[in-house]
Design a protein around this ligand. Structure first.
Ligand code: ADP
Ligand code: MG
Length: 605
């Protein structure tokens, strides 16, 4: 086995680590076990709080807490004037034209503060990988100068890490997609994070990347999208409560947090319902926002990023058409409008198969693996890792594409309505290997509206799942009788690490028998209810063609089925349901009972 050199993306907002496992490169740990450390610190009487633990103290103890240290790395006081004005903590001059950050009675260099984050990452990785970690590849923005790179190296050293190499973030992203294997060409890396935007144009020559142009905006990112939403929310609140003051820290915090949640939800839905709860003001305000509206609102922000892209292209002496590959980096590129904008600007489908907030760490891990003498013998996502499907009646999961289907893949299934005159259908998209959606992962949802009123079971809704070679999933729904249609795009594997996918697969084997029984129970209960309705609707006919004994047996059997509907064993319910079917057969077989027969035959929704 080769030695482990982990990759670390030391970010402005979040930092995370990755490693190359047997199955391929992945983030270390699971989403639950915090593989991602928010780049936040707070000094306490007996040490440091790091990451999520420090978040609350940003508000309760601002003078002891630090964020955005990356912005200060390797820089002098004069260069930082503008930055410092916006930071709540105190930055002072130190020797060699560098700065220190004052926290209470003490002061620290940015390197020292970054090393605290790196130590935490090292500790976490050691715990999760169950071995000691000594070496790492750390990434930095392409525009970092020598002093900033040296400061990052020093931070690693203080954390007890041997930093075997510092690589550029865009280069790491390109390596994650294996673009270094392509030998030559131009790669554009579009990175929209929490508070910064970077565009880098890389030139690949014989497996080596050279940065030929960078441009960007250190004040543009997901936080700005949140602010756009806060403005919308504020307006909507003021429309209803004209005298409301929303400037206090608690209200602002609630608005900001809701904004980010709504933004993230809109990356997987065409519209989102939200609740703004301001307990101090006794306000509970409900609202709704469409993804289209968000796209419209952020257009000016996106335009600024494309202006930067155009400048970078012209600095490099290139035209749009010269770019061979486009790579997306940063959590904010999950916003569909961002993805679409990039696609139309470069006239190329960007790579999206790897989570944009993981891709830099993953590339760094691959670089570490190669430096340790490892081989690149793993494949990029080329199959659907977990089944994809939709929620059907009673919370059951109906798979449309099964796990391990090769990409690109396309499958369709026809579904129908369960209620008469239903004019819309909600399509809830899930990913997983279990029988009930409660045990699967929600990927997104949308509504197919405008279905003309029809009897239940009449509309024919064809749901198509298409996963392109990039891993992007498009789900569309088409009602065949009326021609109404709707669709949404989501990226299925995001947010899951290989460790999590393995755990999900294992759980599905473990629960297979139980899940199957649960699913059958739900389905048999639905059948029973449908049969009851059929019998009730046609009782008049039964009175004509069946004798009293037969009718009594049917009623008695209906009671038994009702009782068994509360049981936990699907097979018992099925046996009694079959018995009821036998008793009602003469009714169904008779000419007049044809309607009943139809009801009975419509067993599957
Ligand atoms: P940085 O590189 O600055 O540390 P990240 O790449 O981690 O930042 O991106 C963080 C940003 O991504 C935040 O603004 C966050 O709200 C946003 N984000 C994360 N997930 C999503 C999503 N699903 N849809 C839209 N934005 C997202
Ligand atoms: Mg980043």
């Amino acid at each position: 086995m080769t030695e482990t050199i982990i990759g670390i993306d030391l970010g402005t907002t979040n930092s995370l680590s990755a490693s190359v496992f047997e199955e391929g490169p992945e983030i270390i740990g699971t989403a639950q076990d915090a593989c991602m450390v928010p780049s936040l610190l707070s000094r306490t009487g007996n040490g440091w709080l790091v990451g999520e633990e420090a978040r609350a103290r940003l508000i309760s103890s601002p003078t002891n807490s630090v964020y955005s240290v990356k912005r200060l790395m390797g820089r002098g006081l004069e260069e930082l004037e503008e930055e410092i004005r916006e930071l709540p903590y105190q930055v002072e001059a130190a020797q060699r034209k560098l700065v220190k950050i004052r926290l209470g009675e003490e002061s620290f260099t940015p390197q020292e503060l970054s090393s605290v984050i790196l130590s935490r990452i090292k500790e976490k990785a050691e715990k999760l990988l169950e071995r000691t970690i000594e070496k790492a590849v750390i990434t930095v923005p392409a525009y970092f100068d020598d002093a900033q790179r040296q400061a990052t190296r020093d931070a690693g050293k203080i954390a007890g890490l041997d930093v075997v190499r510092i690589i550029n973030e865009p280069t790491a992203a390109a390596i994650a997609y294996g673009l270094d294997e392509k030998k030559q060409g131009y790669v554009a890396v579009y990175d929209l994070g929490g508070g910064t935007f970077d565009i880098s144009i890389l030139e690949l020559k014989g497996k080596l990347f050279k940065v030929v142009a960078t441009h960007g905006d250190t004040r543009l990112g997901g936080d700005d999208i949140d602010r756009v939403l806060v403005t919308l929310f504020t307006q909507s609140l003021l429309d209803q409560y004209p005298n409301l003051d929303l400037e206090d820290p608690s209200s602002r915090q609630i608005l900001r947090k809701t904004a980010e949640e709504v933004k993230i939800a809109l990356s997987g839905s065409m519209e989102v319902e939200y609740i703004l709860e301001l307990p101090e003001k006794r306000i509970k305000h409900r609202g709704q926002l469409k993804a289209d509206e968000l796209s419209r609102q952020i257009e000016p922000l996106l335009k600024r990023t494309f202006d930067s892209c155009a400048k970078a292209l012209s600095d490099a002496g290139l035209k749009h058409g010269d770019i061979d590959e486009v790579v997306l980096v940063g959590g904010s590129t999950l916003v569909p409008a961002v993805r679409k904008g990039v696609e139309s600007f470069f006239g190329r489908t960007p790579h999206v198969a790897i989570d944009p907030y993981k891709v830099v760490a993953i590339g760094a891990a691959i670089q570490g693996h190669l430096l340790a003498g490892g081989r690149r013998d793993f494949l990029l996502l080329d199959v659907v890792p977990l089944a994809l499907g939709i929620e059907t009646l009673g919370g059951t999961f109906s798979k449309v594409i099964t796990a391990n289907t090769s990409l690109p893949a396309e499958e369709s299934e026809v579904f129908t309505t369960h209620v008469d005159q239903q004019t819309s259908i909600e399509i809830n998209i899930f990913q997983g290997e279990r029988e009930l959606v409660q045990d699967c992962r929600s990927l997104g949802r949308f509504k197919l509206r405008g279905i003309p009123p029809m009897k239940a079971g009449f509309p024919l809704v064809e749901v198509t799942f298409r996963v392109d070679s990039n891993g992007l999933l498009t789900v569309s729904a088409y009602e065949k009788r009326s021609g109404t249609e709707a669709q949404i795009e989501v990226i299925p594997s995001h947010g899951l690490t290989q460790m999590e996918i393995d755990a999900i697969m294992e759980a599905s084997f473990e629960h297979a028998v139980d899940d199957f029984n649960q699913r059958q129970l739900i389905e048999f209960k639905q059948t029973a209810e449908r049969v009851f309705r059929g019998i009730q609707m046609n009782w008049k006919i039964a009175e004509e063609i069946l004798d009293e004994d037969q009718r009594f047996s049917i009623q008695k059997q209906m009671e038994i089925v009702k009782q068994k509907m509360t049981s936990e064993d699907s097979q018992i319910l099925k046996a009694e349901l079959d018995a009821l079917g036998n008793l009602t057969r003469p009714l169904a077989d008779s000419a007049m009972g044809r309607a009943v027969l139809e009801e009975l035959q419509q067993q599957n929704p």
